[in-house]
Design a protein around this ligand. Structure first.
Ligand code: ZN
Length: 376
């Protein structure tokens, strides 16, 4: 097993890439989808079940973990991997994004962000240095730079100032991270929807030097068309021999479009969150299990899916347990959704390896256009 974090590309098809990101804790096949384990758990899933869906790596949220149960406590208990019983790689975000979206009474300065916890109102400070310290205490394998991201739409001056602050923080993050063999630090490109700002940000990040690069500041409500518009050029300015990570994406069609544009890694709460609200993602698009049309339907959710929800239960059962508020509803639908997402990633990797990305993409959209199976 690799002693250092290394990225090796195996094949490309157009801009789409497939390869392996090797870490001392295991290999991550790319393009990779990372399930989100916000509070040291992928909600409604045992870690071994998450692994069974085909996930190579999980994402943990620094903001949530620093507030509860606390990074120092997790460190005393042996680190995040042991704490949550996940032995594979873990990527942690920097906390920056969630401070801005969840906390109260935020105050942003050159130094960092002061805020109050959304849980108990306690006062906290996050800086690039503290974010690096927390992610080290957690034992994260892939650490993200501390950055700031304005909500879009924002005027260009606001986006430029924010991007330049993030680049100064990237430099401080790199300095604070230091030399940690076997662990990776990713920089985050900002610059909104302005090509010149994206290029300036990429140039600065490459100059500092990182083990991987995220395209940041997207999936914040700008819509798919604007996001793809940025992805049409933004990844090109990042080093081709390092992994590219698109944070917080997305729906299945967002994922296919991002991979097409050269993205290697993604994460999103969508498959797990949908699993708890009765929504399943299938090859034929989303299915709402709460709908009465499923009440007498003995067929599986997706006859071609090999997950436990599809192999062992009917749509009628999934409808019943969701409508009854039974916990197994969240468990089964989360499992199915994560399984579907990992199947999609495997399909993308195979298609890129075979030089058949275009055919895969056409088939993906054609199946979804059919919609769900005819009602009985
Ligand atoms: Zn299934």
């Amino acid at each position: 097993m690799a002693q250092q974090v290394q990225f090796q590309l195996h094949a490309t098809d157009g801009k789409a890439r497939t390869g392996v990101l090797s870490t001392p804790r295991g290999e991550i096949r790319t393009p990779a989808f990372m399930p989100v384990g916000t509070a040291a758990t992928v909600k409604a899933m045992m870690p071994e079940s998450v692994a069974a869906t085909g996930a190579d790596i999980l994402l943990g949220n620094t903001y949530h973990l620093m507030l509860r149960p606390g990074a120092e406590r997790i460190d005393r208990l042996g680190g995040l991997h042991r704490f949550m019983n996940w032995s594979g790689p873990i990527l942690t975000d920097s906390g920056g994004f969630q401070v801005m979206s969840l906390s109260e009474l935020r105050k942003l300065t050159e130094e960092g962000v002061t805020f109050r916890s959304h849980i108990d109102g306690s006062r906290h400070v996050l800086t690039p240095e503290r974010s690096m310290e927390i992610q080290k205490l957690l034992g994260s394998d892939i650490v993200m730079c501390f950055d700031e991201c304005p909500a879009l739409p924002a005027d260009e001056a606001t986006v430029a100032n924010s991007m330049r602050l993030s680049m100064r923080w990237a430099e401080r993050s790199r300095e604070a991270f230091g030399d940690r063999p076997g662990h990776a630090l990713f920089g985050i490109q900002q610059g909104g929807v302005t090509p010149e700002l994206r290029a300036e940000s990429a140039e600065k990040l490459v100059q500092i030097g990182f083990d991987g690069y995220a395209v940041g500041g997207l999936a914040v409500g700008e819509g798919q068309e604007a996001m793809f518009g940025v992805l049409d050029y933004a990844p090109d300015s990042l080093p081709a021999d390092k992994p590219r990570y698109l944070m917080g994406v997305g729906k299945p069609d967002d994922i296919v479009g991002a991979v097409k544009r050269g993205i290697d890694m993604m994460d999103c709460v969508l498959p797990t969150r949908s699993g708890r609200t009765g929504q399943a993602w299938t090859r034929r698009g989303p299915v709402a299990l709460k709908n009465a049309r499923h009440a007498d339907d003995p067929r599986p959710l997706d006859e071609a899916c090999t997950c436990p929800a599809c192999r062992n239960y009917s749509r009628a059962y999934l409808h019943h347990v969701f409508r009854s508020g039974e916990l197994i509803s969240s468990m089964l639908l989360t499992w199915h959704n994560l399984h579907y997402y990992q199947d999609l990633m495997q399909g993308l990797r195979d298609a890129i390896s075979a030089g058949e990305f275009s055919a895969f993409e056409a088939d993906f959209h054609a199946r979804r256009a059919e919609g769900d199976i005819e009602r009985l």
